[in-house]
Design a protein around this ligand. Structure first.
Ligand SMILES: [Zn+2]
Ligand SMILES: [Zn+2]
Length: 352
């Protein structure tokens, strides 16, 4: 992991997986100096996204893309942030700033979009998303965290939150309440989707393979209904009952039975990422004029919009906070879905 870029002079202590054993251990690397458009951030918390398991296991390096912290330095071109500001950094590190998508605040779909982890920044350096104590980021990819949100429980909003926010926004769920929404899967993404749906005034049904999650979904997260997807009678009773479904499940499944739950003209948006293609039967599509589409995080403008909405409704993630020495244990538990609902690393609690 040699760093050759000349202005990368700041040594940073981080933690990364170096071999396929996927154990995360300390290492040092270089970050760039704070440029004119940059802000330097002292990292306080970092969420562990489900995608991180794959990243670590496949030795793609480490990923850190649900980051909250405090601004410690601002570049001379920078007016949006000042030292001491509470900020967040999500998945995006850079984009071309010039294409139609970038100009239209859809830079998350820019062909030259670079992620916070294992992306290539404009200066040619690798964007180490590695768990570390500081980060230099271009200010255009940083958002404010509302004062009323705790920095730990706000961190996962930067990936999990935005991932479920944009499908709701794109399908007119932000300003038109009273829709019937289905959320497939009650994990890191799903639990935030339920909170968003309820805050926005919708009727929310959780659809899950685990009957044991019903009480939690209703009592703790405020879901109105619960359908056990393996129960044929429940699935039949739910036919044509939903306007919109958000599919957050990353394990292989057929979309057919879920499409039957949609009303005519209903839409299902996929945000989970199964590693095999999913079964998409044509009958429920054709005989219900239904739509299936995907969605990938959101733009920085939308990220700020989501953060502000969370501030307004006091929405945060349900988290379990850990220190860095517990990270390998946490990754193991995450692989078994043994967390409610997101691990967040207390980065600042660790000694260098
Ligand atoms: Zn993520
Ligand atoms: Zn672009």
């Amino acid at each position: 992991m040699a760093q050759t870029t000349p202005n990368h002079t700041q040594t940073v202590c981080g933690w990364a997986a170096h071999d396929p054993s996927s154990k995360v251990t300390p290492y040092t690397f270089k970050r760039r100096e704070n440029g004119i458009n940059d802000v330097t951030i002292k990292i306080l918390y970092c969420g562990i996204c489900h995608g991180d398991i794959h990243q670590v296991r496949n030795d793609w390096g480490v990923t850190m893309h649900e980051i909250t912290g405090l601004i410690t330095k601002v570049g001379s071109n920078e007016t949006k942030f000042k030292v001491g500001d509470r900020v967040g950094v999500g998945c995006l590190a850079a984009s071309c700033l010039d294409c139609e998508l970038c100009k239209d605040s859809q830079e998350n779909y820019c062909e030259q979009m670079q992620l916070t982890y294992n992306g290539i920044f404009w200066d040619g350096s690798i964007t180490y998303g590695g768990y570390s104590k500081m980060l230099v980021a271009d200010h255009r990819y940083v958002v404010h965290v509302p004062e009323n949100l705790p920095m730990d429980a706000a961190a996962p909003l930067l990936c999990a939150g935005i991932t479920v926010f944009c499908p709701l926004k794109d399908n007119n769920m932000l300003d038109l309440p009273g829709k019937r929404i289905g959320v497939i899967g009650l994990g890191g993404l799903g639990h935030v989707a339920v909170k968003f749906g309820k805050a926005l005034g919708h009727h929310v049904t959780v659809i899950s393979t685990s009957p044991s999650k019903e009480k939690e979904a209703k009592d703790c997260l405020g879901a109105d209904d619960f359908i056990v997807s393996s129960d044929a009678a429940q699935m039949k009773a739910g036919k044509r009952s939903l306007d919109f479904i958000l599919d957050t499940v990353s394990a292989y499944h057929s979309l057919g039975p879920y499409l039957e739950l949609l009303k005519v003209n209903g839409t299902l948006v996929i945000v989970g990422v199964p590693d095999k293609p999913m079964d998409l039967p044509s009958f429920p599509l054709i005989f219900g004029k239904r739509v299936v589409k995907g969605s990938f995080i959101g733009s920085i403008k939308e990220l700020q919009e989501m953060m502000d909405m969370c501030g307004k409704y006091n929405i945060m993630c349900d988290i379990e906070t850990i220190t860095l020495d517990k990270i390998n244990e946490a990754l193991g538990r995450l692989a078994k879905n043994d967390v409610k609902y997101r691990f967040v690393i207390d980065i600042d609690a660790e000694k260098p």
